[in-house]
Design a protein around this ligand. Structure first.
Ligand code: UDP
Length: 239
């Protein structure tokens, strides 16, 4: 039988870097496929799934502007990078037989649907995975903020932030042996201690709307499904 799942609709946020495998740039198709299978195993439970994927594996606005590019132009390039990642994920999910829609905050009708909230909700009700691309559509924001915005708009019960580590630590666990993982931590503590879960505007938007953020590792196979069924280690950021 299926394990008990207490979530009906969630948003999975991953960074662009999660798709590059061991490379230092771009997309690594076997890694994209692996994450698609993680999503599939949760989709199999009947959970409605939204996704937001970053673009940092291809382009970041801040990098471009540090090299002299105009900031808003560089940010639009970053948003376009997220569309490429979204299309790669759509392709991998559909290869597994999961109907998937890419919904872009920047209209590009030949490539992706425009963002229309009620239409996206309908897709979710029909168990289609919705990948929200192009961030918020605005420069000076990040895909973490886009994830929080869409999770609120779609009435998701939580954001699942898949990372390389199994939660939020008081210091970098890859550098310090004595780093301690929080089981739970408040939004305010994350902000005060700069715990690096997401950027401050994303955390504040989650806090103001009581949207829990669950930070877990996407590196272990079955991890996403495990967390949704109440197993494994993670950090819950909440009020
Ligand atoms: N971006 C933006 N507005 C948004 C979301 C993203 O301008 O609403 C741009 C920004 O330049 C950012 C880039 O897109 O650096 C890639 O997104 P992000 O850095 O969040 O990707 P991640 O770190 O998650 O891979």
């Amino acid at each position: 039988g299926k394990p008990e799942v207490s979530f009906k609709r969630v948003l999975l946020k991953i960074s662009g870097e999660a798709l590059m495998g061991d490379q230092s740039y771009g997309l690594h198709p076997p890694t994209v496929e692996r994450i698609a299978r993680e999503v599939q195993s949760v989709h199999d439970l009947g959970v409605e799934i939204c996704m937001v994927i970053g673009g940092g594996n291809i382009f970041r606005g801040l990098q471009g502007s540090a090299q002299g590019m105009e900031r808003t132009t560089a940010d639009y390039m970053g948003m376009l990078a997220t569309v490429m990642n979204a299309l790669a994920m759509q392709s991998a999910l559909e290869a597994l037989g999961i109907h998937t829609r890419v919904i872009s905050a920047i209209t590009m009708n030949e490539v992706a649907e425009p963002y229309i909230r009620r239409r996206a909700v309908r897709h979710l009700e029909k168990k289609r995975v919705c990948i929200f691309a192009a961030g918020t559509g605005n420069p000076y924001f990040t895909t973490d903020t886009a994830a929080t915005l869409r999770a609120n708009e779609m009435s998701c019960e939580a954001i699942f932030k898949g990372t390389k580590v199994d939660g939020v630590y008081d210091k970098d666990p890859k550098k310090f042996d004595d780093a301690k993982r929080y089981d739970e931590v408040s939004y305010d503590e994350v902000l005060q201690k700069h715990l690096g879960v997401m950027d401050a505007s994303a955390i504040a938007l989650a806090r103001d709307n009581h949207l829990p953020i669950i930070v877990f590792s996407l590196d272990e196979s079955g991890g996403f499904r495990g967390i949704l069924s109440g197993k494994g280690t993670y950090t819950k950021v909440h009020g």
